[in-house]
Ligand binder design. Structure first.
Ligand code: IMP
Length: 425
């Protein structure tokens, strides 16, 4: 059984926790896109772990963890993260692998990311995480990137020098300082040595596992609405976090995917710039942020908060082919007198969208159409089965399923591993 897990909104749906839950039943966990822009939080044994690039399966001794070819990885950040993982008492050796085809995020990509953001006029800033993701994917698509396999080559220094020369021209054109090739190379020597044992042909590795009947979990980072093709372009990340990306980012074929799990937070958040139809800038938004602890795991930025958007969720179900939903953070809504679900976007000329429009200027002319439901005003964090939830909480979840489609697989009512209710997956 090979499972793809994707975020169905703008990220931060609680994927880390659901991945942790599904990892217990998998043999291998694979990242297929994105890089250190992700922040997957797992709370286990009363301790909080945040991982940015290493699959969170590393917190389960014995599970195989893979960085697929679709990932852009920052070698220095990865080496640091592996050190942290060792410090927590887990062993990556022998069970952690990096695709030789994964592209590298280098210091000049981070510099270009920041310089590009700084040079953009007000309304066109993306609000990136500054981790060099966009420039690294640009280099990949522009056929001038460096890959993990290059780290092992004797001519790696020459490749770096050529890239630095080109990057410095771009940096100076953006009014930023250039980077120093010698300094970068000096820093990379120990990093390359630390990562070398993990770099391998992960296509063969993954196919070998699949042929041997092992269960593989393909872990998406970011989310559907940040997808370079299907998200709120240009306010998106530079990869395909949707289910299709799981194949192009690993080399597994679409025929090898058995099920897709979509993660949906029971309200909506977004970090960074870009459209967010159900955003709340009032006291309700503040309550969601406070109760949900909505601050970025990677950048610490406060997240924008709003009501549940069923237009987004239905769009995500279709694009990803979601079989099961993992719904998270129900408990955050426990205090509200009423809760709202957005079922459409009404444009100023009366037309109502029931799917997400590509044209952001049309979206800007829309207001959300809401259905209002009674709240439950009862704490749900200690509830241990779906049936024991307050009736109005179940009505809320079931109304969402009615509008959006798909089945409920997992419902989460708190941050700890124990607060994950299984409902049919
Ligand atoms: P980038 O991926 O750093 O280029 O950032 C592009 C957009 O994606 C920005 O709006 C970021 O805030 C957003 N983003 C990137 N990674 C994440 C994530 O893991 N969670 C939520 N938002 C993210």
């Amino acid at each position: 059984m090979n499972t793809v897990l994707v975020g169905a909104q703008w990220g931060d749906e609680g994927k880390g926790k659901v991945i942790d839950f599904l990892t217990a039943e998998s043999d291998a966990v694979v990242r297929f896109q994105g890089g250190s822009n992700a922040g997957h939080t797992v709370v286990a044994g009363g301790r909080k772990y945040v991982l940015h690039i290493v699959p969170s399966g590393i917190l389960h001794e014995g599970k195989i963890c893979v960085i697929g070819n679709g990932v852009v990885m920052d070698p220095a950040a990865l080496a640091d993260e592996l050190e942290a993982v060792r410090g927590w008492g887990y062993t990556p050796e022998g069970r952690f692998f990096i695709s030789e085809r994964a592209h590298l995020v280098m210091p000049w990509h981070r510099a270009l990311d920041k310089a590009d953001e700084a040079a953009r006029p007000g309304g066109s800033k993306i609000g990136t995480t500054g981790r060099g993701i966009g420039p690294a994917y640009s280099a990949k698509v522009g056929r001038e990137g460096l890959r993990a396999g290059d780290l092992l080559k004797p001519d790696f220094p020459d490749l770096v020098r050529a890239c630095v020369e080109a990057a410095n021209r771009k940096l100076r054109a953006l009014g930023a300082d250039g980077v120093d090739a010698d300094e970068i190379l000096a820093g990379l020597v120990p990093v390359a040595a630390a990562l070398k044992p993990f770099v391998t042909d992960t296509v063969s590795l993954l196919h070998g596992l699949a042929e041997g009947g092992k269960d593989i979990l393909l872990e998406g980072a970011q989310a559907t609405m940040l997808d370079i093709d299907f998200g709120t372009y240009p306010f998106v990340t530079s990869s395909n976090p949707t289910a299709g990306g799981a194949c192009t980012g690993t080399g597994l074929s679409p025929r090898q995917i058995d099920r897709v799990v979509g993660v949906l937070k029971l309200y909506t958040t977004r970090v960074g710039e870009g459209p967010f139809p159900t955003e709340l800038t009032d006291a309700d938004g503040e309550t969601l942020r406070r109760r949900g602890g909505e601050f970025g795991a990677t950048t610490g930025r406060p997240r924008r908060c709003g009501w549940f958007d069923a237009v987004v969720a239905r769009y995500a179900r279709r694009i990803n082919g979601v079989d099961f939903w993992a719904m998270t953070k129900l408990d955050v809504l426990d205090e509200f007198d009423t809760v709202k679900i957005c079922t459409g976007y009404r444009r100023d000329d009366g037309f109502t969208y029931d799917t997400f429009p590509a044209d952001l200027s049309a979206l800007a002319r829309c207001t959300p159409v809401y259905e209002e439901l009674p709240g439950w005003k009862t704490p749900t964090s200690a509830v241990t089965s779906y049936d024991a939830l307050p009736e109005n909480a179940r009505r809320y979840v079931e109304r969402i399923l009615e509008i959006v489609g798909g089945k409920l697989g997992v419902l989460s009512v708190g941050p700890a591993r124990e607060t994950t209710l299984r409902t049919g997956i």
